[in-house]
Design a protein around this ligand. Structure first.
Ligand code: ADP
Ligand code: MG
Length: 366
């Protein structure tokens, strides 16, 4: 439905220094999909979204919606913003205070330049979207009498009323308090999938991204690092950045021992000893390799020493968190972070085997 290819948009400071942007960003979004751009502040999420919306003119690249170009740097095509069939909701969702809930949602339809719907059609569509977001009974109310969450849903209704081909949401929940944000993200996901609108969602919050997205694209410093489902990017990160940004991780460095692996498994010589890891792609023998493993995937009870990927460890600290116990376990020179079931009762000073399951110990070759 949406295709973004080799998108470049570089900003400069007044004195001509590079000031960030989006560099060679490419991704495809399927019809009806909720696709999220995730990354730290300043990584180029808004730049990418504004380029799709037509609020920003890229330096080069191609943007296509439903097979038709919105932007093509090479052939100098750039469809004006108001002719792009796109609805948008920003962080500051700009509800018009002097209008009713109904009028807020209806206004964009009333001023639409092309294919302006009839009065009856407007009535019908607005009631449908207000119903969808749970605001139909507030239709006559002044928009200022709505709570934060309701205003956010009104902004969403307003964007959907035009029945756009594409919905762009830029950190739409970040003005809400934590509890409401969690409630709203479930609501937003429900509305998006019931409405079936293809959506590009922007957030810096990894939990939010994981909770609502069909697929996630992780950005860093204007570059797209990895695209995949929440499971794919969490379980099998391809870069140190993604491994560190999404959740917590243990990071090791080493050298690929065995002959080249063809994707699949390979043994890495590291400071703690040889560790069999899962590789995304082939790597030459002797290559410098890092590998990562999540604290909840490290086991410190079941296996005995002598088993593959099992090392002697010594408990440094234990933090009991109710649902989980968090350990730092010294293995060689490394303190390995382990999240275990609270029934695992180890105390500082205890010796324990530490086991890294190979299928959840992921090699990173950057
Ligand atoms: P994000 O939305 O991921 O937080 P942005 O896309 O807004 O990041 O910005 C990416 C980078 O580009 C930042 O370093 C930002 O300072 C810079 N930038 C964004 N817009 C402009 C602009 N209009 N002029 C100069 N620099 C900009
Ligand atoms: Mg932004």
């Amino acid at each position: 439905m949406l295709s973004v290819r080799n998108l470049f948009k570089a900003y400069e400071t007044r004195s001509g220094e590079p000031a960030g942007g989006a560099f060679d960003v490419s991704f495809e979004v399927a019809r009806g999909e909720l696709f999220t751009l995730l990354g730290p502040s300043g990584c180029g999420k808004t730049t990418t979204l504004r380029s799709i919306a037509g609020l920003e003119t890229p330096g080069s690249g191609v943007i296509e919606l439903d097979g038709a170009p919105l932007f093509d740097g090479a052939s100098q095509v750039s469809v004006p913003m108001y002719e792009r069939d796109i609805g948008m909701v920003f962080q500051s969702y700009a509800i018009w205070p002097h209008m009713s809930v109904f009028e807020n949602a209806a206004y964009p339809l009333r001023v639409q330049r092309r294919n302006r719907p009839s009065r009856e059609e407007v009535e019908k569509r607005i009631m449908r979207v207000l119903e969808m977001v749970g605001l139909s009974k507030y239709r006559a109310r002044s928009a200022t009498q709505l709570s934060g969450g309701q205003q956010q849903r009104l902004a969403l209704a307003r964007a959907l009323a035009r029945e756009p081909k594409l919905l762009l949401l830029d950190e739409p929940l970040s003005n809400l308090d934590a509890q409401l944000r969690e409630q709203m993200r479930a609501e937003l996901k429900r509305i998006q999938s019931e409405w079936g609108v293809t959506t590009v969602y922007v957030t810096h919050d990894q939990a939010e991204a994981m909770a609502i997205s069909d697929r996630i694209a992780v950005l860093n410093q204007g570059r797209l690092m990895q695209v995949g489902s929440a499971e794919e990017i969490y379980e099998r990160p391809t870069s140190e950045f993604v491994a560190g940004f999404i959740g917590r991780t243990n990071l090791f460095t080493g050298k690929l021992a065995a002959a080249s692996v063809d994707g699949g498994y390979g043994v890495v010589e590291s400071a703690i000893g040889p560790v069999r890891c899962w590789f995304h792609t082939a790597a030459p023998s002797g290559a410098a390799v890092k590998f990562v493993t999540r604290p909840e995937n490290v086991e410190c009870v079941r296996m005995g020493i002598g088993h593959e990927n099992t090392f002697e460890g010594k408990v440094v600290s234990r933090v009991y968190l109710g649902d989980i116990a968090e350990y730092a376990i010294r293995v060689g020179e490394m303190d390995v972070l382990v999240r275990a079931h609270p029934s695992v009762a180890l105390s500082p000073g205890d010796a324990t085997p530490v086991y890294f399951p190979a299928d959840r110990t992921i090699a990173i070759c950057e």
